[in-house]
Design a protein around this ligand. Structure first.
Ligand code: FES
Length: 134
């Protein structure tokens, strides 16, 4: 969810220059290797749960206790895609790393948590998730 310093500076410069931020942000995101994925209307994620439709695009959308967030689906060990389990944790079949429902490592070999991804809502009320390069 946290924006990098570089992302912040680019977006702040775009806004200061009066550019339409959503389209410019998309162009700039592409220029720095990010993708912006339209996950559809925010209302599609109204109920608590794990939304796995975007796993192949590198993230999950999760609503838990009223909190909506996007979590990377890419294992921090060697970049395999992780899978959701019934207890809302995540499992990487490549080497067995496990992560809790917030993406924190509970079992290695991964040592870094699954990143929470930045997102925003566009003018149409759609959830746009910023997926880092790589
Ligand atoms: S790539 Fe996930 S545990 Fe190695």
């Amino acid at each position: 969810m946290e924006m990098s310093r570089k992302q912040f500076l680019i977006r702040a410069a775009a806004m200061a220059a009066g550019f339409p931020c959503a389209s410019l942000a998309g162009d700039l995101a592409a220029a720095i290797g990010e993708r912006q994925v339209n996950a559809g209307p925010v209302g599609n994620f109204a109920a608590d749960g794990l939304y796995e439709d975007f796993r192949d695009q590198g993230f999950f959308v999760i609503r838990h206790g009223g909190r909506l967030f996007a979590l990377s689906a890419i294992c921090t060990h060697r970049k395999c895609k992780v899978s959701g389990a019934h207890d809302r944790s995540f499992y990487c079949k490549c080497h067995g790393s496990m992560f809790d429902p917030d993406g924190k490592v509970t079992e290695g070999p991964a040592r870094r948590d699954l990143p929470v991804l930045h997102y925003f809502t566009n003018a149409n009320g759609e959830l746009i998730v910023v997926v880092p390069a790589g």
